[in-house]
Design a protein around this ligand. Structure first.
Ligand code: DGJ
Length: 724
């Protein structure tokens, strides 16, 4: 027999610039051979694994001495075999055994990409090809298919996994990862996006060490504290240098994204549904599909990774009907009025908003039931005609007559105990039969896994949207899931609840956008508590954070914009002192930071002076002229001399560049260095409006633009350059 580690079949999956190579060993195991920049020519990996020296005290495989699976880079590891590291799949049969032994059976290829029923996933285009690696455990009658698609043009791979029970007995899936990659090295820095409410998605770099590292959510949502993302980068990687491999999960619920460095300096990278509190009953002849993971390989730092993710999500994940629709300038009444409004105050705010140039009036929390604070009425999506001075339809008409479009806030997944809905259906909430469920912000969570709850929400929201000229829905979710239990499945299937919740949520969202294809949906979960690729598949934008302070937003938007398109990051100019942290920043800086995402306003315009209103009017007018490039231009982070205190970025289309720079604290007697740009076409010439000078692109990249001396803290500067 051949050395069982010999590669007997090799599969090169390529995009224009990236390559993923898998292979089958003589033993039949599917292995990871290469993940990185596309190799210039086809090379054979036949002996990659036979070249490895074997480590001691590991289990042998298939009775072959020194054939040690635990040292080898497995594409989809399972439990109960000689690889005693972290599995990607755990499945129990009817005897309780979890021993699983997957061997390669065959490969299928498609010139497209199959959809994942019930879950959001990226669309395919003519450039997409799919390889389905079919693995089998003959004893379990289990078929496991790794479905890997390569989008050649976008340089993105995606993977999901399908389990098919081909036997006549039930199987229980206890772990179902979407992606696993084994690297024969530990020389990486790990990057995650972490934080908390009000400071979401900060970049967090950690050098890998032996053992476990990563992030996970057990909250029933992806959460404020961690994004479903993990990247491994070469040490010293910056925005412009270094190889980095990013993996993002198209999912909004409990997840895990982890890297495990084993005893022999190998790294196992994994992402998927969090196995914590998860299991799935896979009956005979049934299938289960994992969420999709997207994999991006960048050769030249985070800007390249970011450009690929942003373009791919914009083109192939977000709804095509709205992805490239210019986002309107929103005025949202939340920080202007909170719950305290009536028809008159709303119309007064709307008039001012129209005067300064806003385009979409979004009526936030408090318009329905008896809701004058956060203690009642969630679930009763019936307009409060007393507060609105008549019907919602009439209010919308008046807002429309002012020349503004209309948007409405809802929090569909929730119910207040003090609501008609709860009184009618107390059993619709997430709770078990013994414990008093926890109230948070005076609300319970509706059991979205129930089809009657889903149907109620589809009907109620569709009716609201059909009867009223609502062009924008802000879809909020203001608490996480405690008391995770559903009354709809038997005891041994309770591990399915949190995934079923997500399937229910996606079903409702899909039904609404199918019926209302032009509807703009702004996702929100107390800010960025569910800012993920799953929600992005339905939303035109997501409220990036409840922290509206421009300076606090800098690291939040840096991390969020690493993956998600700028046009999808809702960002509002709010009042000073800032409501969340009391900081006073100049209006120009608030505008420049908000324009990094999609600009809106969230303050009481009626309290501003004529000069302040004029400044906002000028800000919006200038934004409208630059809207296309600001919303859809490529976002590139720029190098600065004093990182953390200085922040600079540009947005670029083929013929224009906007460069923005913020200095947080002014330093005494320092000489500002020039602002260098990156990512410009080498031989281009640009005319810069402010200085009326023409610059060569290589001068801008090597020497840079002259910078003004800050006149105070929170100083910002903008340059607008046109290609000549
Ligand atoms: C939390 C959101 O993040 C806010 O913008 C606002 O909509 C409130 N909820 C309303 O309750």
């Amino acid at each position: 027999m051949d050395n069982p580690r010999t590669i007997v079949q090799q599969f090169d999956l390529v995009t224009t610039r990236s390559q993923m190579t898998l292979g089958v060993m003589a033993s039949g195991h599917l292995v990871c051979l290469y993940l990185g920049p596309r190799l210039a020519s086809r090379v054979s990996f036949k002996n990659l694994l036979t070249d490895l020296n074997h480590a001691s005290y590991l289990a042998d495989t298939d009775g072959v001495r020194n054939f040690r699976l635990e040292q080898l880079p497995l594409a989809y590891p399972t439990f109960g075999n000689p690889d005693l590291r972290e599995p990607a799949l755990v499945v129990a049969d009817e005897t309780g055994s979890r021993i699983t032994d997957l061997r390669f059976d065959h490969l299928e290829t498609y010139p497209h990409k199959p959809a994942i029923t019930g879950l959001p996933s990226a669309r395919w285009d003519e450039q997409t090809r799919t390889w389905a690696f079919v693995l089998k455990d003959e004893q379990l009658h289990l078929q496991v298919t790794l479905v890997i698609s390569a989008d050649e043009d976008h340089d993105v791979f995606s993977q999901h996994v399908i389990y098919t029970n081909q036997g006549s007995h039930g199987l229980t899936i206890e772990r179902a990862f979407s992606f696993n990659w084994d690297f024969l090295s530990d020389q990486y820095q790990m990057l995650n996006l972490t934080g908390a409410w009000s400071r979401e998605n900060h970049l967090q770099w950690t050098p890998l060490k032996q053992g476990f590292q990563g992030v996970d959510s057990k909250r029933g949502a992806s959460g404020h504290g961690q994004n479903p993302f993990i990247a491994l980068a070469a040490p010293g990687t910056t925005w412009d240098h270094g190889q980095v491999i990013g993996v993002n999960l198209v999912y909004s619920g409990n997840f895990i994204a982890q890297a495990n460095v084993d005893m022999h300096q190998n790294t196992r990278l994994q992402i998927g549904i969090n196995p914590f509190n998860f299991s799935w009953q896979l009956n005979a002849h049934r299938t289960f599909k994992t969420p999709e993971a997207t994999i991006v390989i960048a050769e030249h730092g985070l800007n390249e990774l970011s450009a690929r993710y942003q373009r791919f999500y914009q083109d192939n994940l977000m709804r095509s009907a709205i992805a490239k629709t210019p986002r309107p300038v929103v005025i949202n009444n939340w920080e202007a009025t909170y719950f305290n409004f009536n028809k008159q105050s709303l119309l007064t705010l709307a008039k001012k908003a129209k005067q300064v140039g806003a385009e979409m009036f979004v009526l936030d929390d408090g318009w329905f039931g008896q809701r004058n604070n956060d203690t009642s009425s969630l679930g009763d999506w019936v307009p409060n005609t007393k507060k609105l001075g008549g019907s919602l339809t009439a209010l919308i008409k008046e807002i429309n007559q002012l020349g503004l479009r209309f948007g409405l806030w809802v929090e569909p997944e929730m119910v207040s105990p003090n609501s008609d809905l709860y009184r009618r259906h107390p059993n619709w909430i997430v709770a078990d039969e013994k414990h008093q469920p926890q109230l948070t912000r005076s609300q319970y969570v509706l059991d979205m896994s129930r089809s009657d709850v889903q149907d109620y929400l589809i009907y109620t929201l569709d009716t609201l949207l059909t009867e009223n000229n609502i062009e924008y829905l802000k879809w909020d979710m203001n608490r996480n899931i405690t008391d995770a239990y559903t009354q709809t499945v038997p005891p041994r299937r309770q591990g399915e609840f949190e995934h079923r919740y997500m399937l229910g949520l996606y079903r409702v969202l899909k039904a609404l956008v199918t019926k209302h294809p032009r509807l703009l949906i702004e996702g929100c979960a107390g800010g960025g508590g569910r800012f993920d690729a799953g929600m992005l598949a339905y939303c035109s934008a997501i409220w990036t954070s409840d922290d509206t302070d421009a300076i606090a937003r800098l690291p939040i938007q840096e991390g969020t914009g690493l993956l998600y398109p700028a046009a999808a990051m809702s960002a509002h100019v709010s009042a000073v002192p800032n409501e969340q942290i009391g900081r006073k920043t100049p209006l120009t800086t608030r505008g420049i930071v908000a324009e990094q995402g999609c600009l809106g306003y969230e303050l009481d315009l009626t309290k501003l002076t004529a000069a302040e209103l004029a400044a906002i009017q000028a800000q919006i007018a200038s934004y409208k002229k630059l809207r296309w490039i600001l919303q859809f231009g490529q976002l590139i982070r720029l190098p600065v001399a004093d990182p953390g205190n200085q922040w600079a970025w540009l947005k670029k289309t083929a013929d224009q560049i906007i460069v923005d720079r913020v200095t947080v604290l002014v330093q005494p007697n320092t000489v500002e260095k020039r602002q260098r740009l990156t990512g410009l076409p080498a031989n281009a010439l640009y005319f810069e409006q402010q200085t009326q000078r023409t610059y060569a692109a290589d001068f801008l990249m090597q020497v840079g633009l002259p910078v003004d001396r800050p006149t105070g803290d929170f100083f910002s500067q903008r340059w607008i350059l046109s290609r000549v």
